[in-house]
Design a protein around this ligand. Structure first.
Ligand code: GLY
Length: 297
């Protein structure tokens, strides 16, 4: 599956030879992972069932928390979902970014694949790369992709560099940049306690005409290089006193914002310009009797 990776990075070529609607993208993601022996599980409720640590569902992995902890046994060890999420409070609160960036929402949909003690880093990275870049799936221009890894995760570095073929300068190490051990953009936790682990994130370059810098630079919050997919290597169960207990088995939890990847596959820079939002905006205008039509991408 390895695709050769060009080394120049200032391409303004189309992101992909394909155009996919949001609905087609959601289906494509689910079809891809079903073809890799994942069970398609429906989105869970926005209000988590039986979890006092969360007010709203903030990630696809919430409904599988007990599977990662080894408490809940299902008849599958691989799952794929398109999960409705709210990030307007608590951990992973995006509220202050909404309206200021082209990519944050309070309510959005997260595509995710999960392994409960089944595959780990190597397959998680290989699946992500295959789905994003292979001609059969999204056919994204690999030249516009960068990745971050947790600073000490040499294993993830080697997989990206040696197995996938990504040049070393396109793999960025991020340490504990949030002021405490394991407080890092590349160490993901669903809340103050519970399953957590180092992660690798895939970034897409929207092009030099958009302001923003690479992850780890002072300009990283701009909209040029945006995180599209976070692959978490679930390894620990964080306790209330901060200690990290190993999970029963290394696992995988990934999350890709449906609206962000739709923007890329629809050749627009802002999430608000994708078919999903344009149709909503036009319907709202019709209902209000406002004569305006925003063009579909
Ligand atoms: N659970 C991975 C994420 O939300 O990014």
């Amino acid at each position: 599956m390895t695709q050769s990776v060009p080394t120049s990075s200032n391409s303004v070529s189309p992101a992909s030879s394909k155009f996919l609607t949001t609905a087609e993208l959601r289906k494509s993601f689910i079809d891809f992972f079903v073809s890799k022996q994942h069970t398609h599980v429906p989105s869970s409720s926005l209000v988590p069932y039986n979890d006092p640590t969360l007010l709203f569902t903030n990630a696809g992995m919430n409904q599988f928390k007990d599977c990662f902890l080894g408490i809940d046994k299902r008849d599958y060890s691989r799952a794929v979902t398109s999960q409705k999420c709210v990030r307007a409070g608590g951990k992973h609160n995006d509220l202050d970014n909404v309206g200021y960036t082209a990519r944050h929402h309070t309510f959005f949909e997260m595509l995710g694949n999960f392994s409960f003690g089944d595959y780990f880093k190597k397959s998680a990275i290989a699946y992500a790369w295959e789905f994003l870049t292979s001609a059969q799936w999204l056919a994204l221009d690999a030249n516009r992709l960068y990745v971050t890894i947790y600073e000490t995760d040499d294993e993830a570095f080697d997989i990206w560099h040696k197995d996938i073929g990504l040049p070393a300068e396109r793999i960025i190490r991020i340490g504990d940049n949030k002021g405490a051990p394991y407080a890092s953009d590349n160490f993901w936790a669903m809340g103050d306690t519970g399953p957590c682990g180092p992660c690798t994130e895939v970034f897409f370059d929207h092009g030099a005409h958009v302001e923003g810098g690479l992850p780890g630079t002072p300009e990283e919050d701009g909209d040029r290089y945006i995180e599209v997919w976070n692959c978490v290597f679930m390894q620990f169960n964080r306790q209330p006193d901060g200690t990290m207990e190993p999970l029963p088995a290394p696992s995988v939890d990934t999350g890709m914002g449906l609206e962000r990847i739709s923007a890329i596959l629809q050749g627009v820079h802002s999430n608000y310009e994708i078919d999903l939002f344009v149709n909503l905006i036009n319907s709202a205008a019709d209902l209000l009797g406002i004569k305006m039509k925003t063009k579909l991408p």
